[in-house]
Design a protein around this ligand. Structure first.
Ligand SMILES: C[S@@+](CC[C@H](N)C(=O)[O-])C[C@H]1O[C@@H](n2cnc3c(N)ncnc32)[C@H](O)[C@@H]1O
Length: 311
């Protein structure tokens, strides 16, 4: 069959025979073929690109010393604590409102180094800090023993009273009386009147128990008091087992004793006051105890402080 094919037709209107001998006519234009080829090439490129393997990022391994198998076991057991649920009814403190708690500014508590001015303190507002305690109990609460309780061995007590030559006419004060053994012994052995003073209420209780046990309540009194506030002028014998500095602090009070009064101290001297006698007494278990005796009026002595200047 004769055909007229436009020039634009590729192998225009070529007729050829297929393997079955039938004539086939191709009707593809050049543009159609080239467009199909372009699409086909583009698809090959796209599929090739998306299928090619991507390089894996390098993996850094750190040896934690933990077997991951173990870790898995552990993490299986771990319980994740639940977040505490917020109670929407609870009132939250607004952030922009100041708290009612007073805040002390440390800078205000310091003296200004430039002017050396002391910070001014509002005494009225300070009262609130004492939680309404009255003046007397505030002072009581502030007082603590200046030295802990350690009892004087009974052999040393006996020797102290002997050295002081206690008689029934004496009034013996034990300053910091502990368990009351010195005043109770003075009453029991010599028939002397005695008063024991202690700042610690527990020691006051102990002392009263000792006095009751030894049956000398009629001669002995126990008072809760700070020894540094006492008027000692009625006493004729004073017994001490305190500390060297505390003995020295007592000097102004001891100077008010009547002449001929005796002061005996277990273990510690009184710097600046010359003792009449210093003796070593042996305790029951072989311990050595120094005992000092003074008689009023006190004999002051020069104190050599020069070695202190070296430090
Ligand atoms: C080392 S003990 C001596 C006890 C007793 N005089 C004796 O020799 O067995 C000292 C005692 O002094 C008391 N004390 C400490 N400071 C005191 C003070 N400022 N006023 C009264 N007693 C005080 C303590 O509570 C303690 O009982």
């Amino acid at each position: 069959m004769g055909q007229v094919c436009p020039s634009v037709v590729f192998r225009a209107c070529d007729s050829y025979q297929n393997p079955l001998g039938k004539k086939v006519t191709a009707f593809m234009t050049r543009q159609t073929v080239s467009a199909l080829l372009s699409v086909w090439i583009a698809m090959i490129l796209f599929v090739g690109a998306s299928c090619s393997p991507q390089p894996e990022p390098p993996v850094q391994t750190v040896d934690t010393g933990v077997d991951p198998a173990d870790l898995a076991e552990v993490t299986d057991d771990v319980e994740v604590p639940e977040e505490p649920a917020l109670d929407p009814t609870e009132e939250l403190m607004p952030l922009d409102e100041p708290s009612e708690d007073p805040v002390l500014d440390p800078d205000e508590m310091l003296a200004d180094p430039a002017t050396d001015d002391l910070p001014s303190i509002d005494l009225d507002s300070m009262d609130d800090l004492f939680f309404g305690l009255d003046e007397e109990s505030e002072l009581e609460a502030a007082r603590r023993p200046d030295v802990i309780f350690v009892p004087t061995p009974q052999e040393v007590v006996d020797r102290m009273l002997e050295l002081a030559e206690v008689t029934k006419d004496d009034l013996v004060y034990d300053l910091g009386c502990g368990d009351g053994r010195i005043v109770a012994t003075a009453a029991k052995r010599y028939g002397a009147r005695a008063i024991g003073f202690d700042i610690d209420p527990e020691r006051v209780k102990d002392s009263k128990a000792t006095v009751a046990e030894m049956g000398v309540e009629d001669l002995v009194e126990i008072r809760e008091a700070d020894i540094f506030t006492l008027d000692l002028s009625d006493a004729t014998v004073i017994t001490l087992y305190l500390l060297p500095d505390l003995n020295v602090r007592l000097i102004p009070q001891l100077e008010k004793l009547k002449p001929g009064s005796r002061i005996v101290s277990h273990a510690f001297d009184m710097r600046g006051v010359k003792p009449d006698l210093v003796e070593t007494v042996e305790g029951e278990l072989g311990s050595q105890h120094t005992v000092y005796l003074w008689t009023t009026p006190l004999q002051k002595e020069e104190v050599d402080d020069s070695w202190e200047d070296d430090y």
